[in-house]
Design a protein around this ligand. Sequence first.
Ligand code: COA
Length: 160
Amino acid sequence: MSDEPGRGQMEFRRLAPDLERPLAEFFSALVAAGDDRVFHPHPFTPEAAAERARYSGEDVYCVAVARDQVLGYGMLRGWDEGYAVPSLGIAIHPAARSIGLGRALMLYLHAEARRRGAPRIRLKVYPENTSAVALYRSLGYELCRDDGEGDQLVGFKALG
Ligand SMILES: CC(C)(COP(=O)(O)OP(=O)(O)OC[C@H]1O[C@@H](n2cnc3c(N)ncnc32)[C@H](O)[C@@H]1OP(=O)(O)O)[C@@H](O)C(=O)NCCC(=O)NCCS
């Protein structure tokens, strides 16, 4: 099966039950790298992977996958709760950074939000998370302090 032609090519996919284990391994790699200190949209446990892999609702959970390995994870949340403006979150596998995948995943999520008619996107980021701050600024997010969000900056990008 591993010799199937083309199987090594990376794809962006909606989460599905067959991705539970790869997603759990990805979560565990994020925790091992300490990334859960700066990115914690939900616990990064095997239970959370099982839950996300079976998610069905209005929000978006997607992954970049190659050879059954999750290289990136992205989400747009808020529609389930009735918000018009979704909140975005992404993480790239520590071994797959700095090849442009974070930027590609952001653009994919922007297009999906536009396709669904969202007027803008919201996100949160710690000011010391310099790579994420640089990525978001370069994509046109305006970042500002919001007392309601503790130590994190809140960012918005209008979707034209
Ligand atoms: C932030 C993160 C998503 C970037 O992903 P990535 O795939 O490495 O990013 P890319 O290769 O697409 O680079 C995109 C931009 O990010 C910024 N960036 C990436 N790595 C950087 C680094 N080490 N230092 C400074 N800026 C960096 C740059 O602006 C870069 O653009 P450029 O290549 O034109 O200079 C990734 O580091 C990550 O998953 N971090 C842990 C989880 C996290 O912090 N998520 C965001 C929570 S708010």
